[in-house]
Design a binder for this molecule. Structure first.
Ligand code: HEM
Length: 387
């Protein structure tokens, strides 16, 4: 069953010889992400990739990898504890009013024209504005980060650009961290960057390298994913007029709607790579030690055994964990922030843009080519302009 789409797990050999294993069933995916035999150790991954003729990590440089997503316990445990302190519910709560204001301002700026590209004019500036405020980055860093994430997640032929952009951003973030340390010494601002800089635990704290790598991870992990939550979510809702009307009439359904949109059209196509530390059996198939493993999030989220009538969008579906934030020790640390952003953004768009509808047939709106992220290239819409 080499490439059978219905198999829980299948082996794929890419041109050039790289072998990867794909897990597409929900319970097997959850089991793998909760199993320490599926490692995130960059050294192991580097070896497995090199064996397949790839060298993903060499091109990014070591200091980009010194973060919680690219580590196993005990390093991961320590980093997650330190970073987790900066993501307390109180911090997220504090961000609510400014996040709401940003969404309302962007909606108001689009309204007079009666048409917009919701990605360029709303989702990007909103998601970046939030992460910039969260971290305490200057607003003018928007363009450089956008170019950078675009080239980082672009298909591999543009490898040179990726290296240059990665080095550029790394220098920029190092500078921001240094400046933040200076601000801290004088007048501490209430930003997550400040909390990261000062987070300690029994005298332990993030090293300079870890701090830079963590800030980079937060920008990458927290920016385009949220853009896609908004873009994919609105795109799906606008194709389901019944669900859209239900949500307009019952704004209190927004929490369940965000969960269902995350399940139905996830912002990512897979979790980041794992490598097996030993031979592991998954659904009767043996995956050898040293294998690269992907969890296919959209497939797991449509697994009929987990979600009855899985291909139907239903914002009133009883709550049930989906795979869009991953599972296990690397479960998305930004999930509460992302959920808040999704609620506020989608709520503001539906409230503020009367008669919101797609400006082109849904099937003609192109998806972006990307290795991990899953989102549209643009989202052209129309609405009834004021006056
Ligand atoms: C981890 C998805 C928003 C920060 C993850 C993982 C997924 C994910 C699937 C696990 C990756 C793996 O196991 O390979 C998403 C989605 C988002 C989102 C779909 C938006 C809808 C955010 C935001 C932030 C963030 C807003 C922070 C500002 C992180 C971090 C990790 C992570 C730091 C690594 C956690 C660890 O390794 O322990 N995210 N994310 N994410 N996410 Fe998110």
């Amino acid at each position: 069953a080499a490439a059978c789409p219905h198999a829980a797990v299948h082996r794929e050999e890419r041109p050039g010889g790289l072998v990867t294993w794909q897990i597409s069933a929900f319970s097997e995916a959850r089991a793998a992400l909760g199993d320490s035999r599926f490692s995130k150790d960059p050294r192991r991954l580097g070896e497995a990739l090199r064996a397949g003729g790839r060298s993903m990590f060499a091109e990014y440089g070591d200091n980009l990898l010194d973060n919680l997503l690219n580590s196993d316990p005990p390093d991961h445990t320590r980093l997650r504890r330190l970073v987790g302190k900066a993501f307390s519910p109180a911090t997220i709560e504090r961000l609510g009013p400014t996040t709401q204001r940003l969404a309302d301002e962007l909606v108001a700026s689009m309204l007079p024209a009666g048409r917009a590209d919701l990605l360029a004019q709303f989702a990007y500036p909103f998601a970046f504005g939030v992460i910039a405020r969260v971290l305490g980055l200057p607003p003018d860093s928007y363009r450089i980060f956008q170019r950078w994430t675009e080239s980082m997640t672009a298909p591999r032929e543009q490898g040179t650009d990726r290296m240059v952009a990665a080095r550029h951003l790394c220098e920029h973030v190092t500078e921001l961290v240094r400046r933040s340390r200076e601000w801290l010494a004088s007048a501490p601002a209430e930003t997550l960057l400040d909390e990261l800089v000062s987070a300690r635990d029994d005298g332990d704290r993030l090293s300079e390298n870890e701090l830079v790598a963590t800030v980079l991870l937060l920008i990458i992990a927290g920016h385009e994913t949220t853009v896609n939550l908004i873009g994919n979510g609105v795109h799906a809702l606008l194709q389901h007029p019944g669900q859209l009307a239900l949500l307009r009439d019952h704004p209190d359904l927004i929490d369940g709607a965000v969960e269902e949109l995350l399940r139905f059209q996830p912002p990512i196509s897979k979790t980041t790579l794992r490598v097996t530390t030993t031979d592991v059996e998954v659904a009767g198939t043996e995956i050898p030690a040293g294998s690269i493993v992907n969890v296919l999030v959209p497939a797991a989220n449509r697994d009929q055994r987990q979600f009855p009538d899985a291909d139907r969008l239903d914002i009133t579906r009883p709550p049930s964990a989906h795979m869009s934030f991953g599972h296990g020790i690397h479960y998305c640390i930004g999930a509460p922030l992302a959920r808040m952003e999704g609620r506020i953004a989608i709520g503001a768009l539906l409230r503020g843009l009367p008669g919101l509808r797609l400006a082109e047939p849904a099937a003609e709106i192109p998806w972006r080519a990307s290795n991990i992220l899953r989102g549209l290239q643009r989202l052209p819409v129309r609405f009834d302009s004021a006056g």
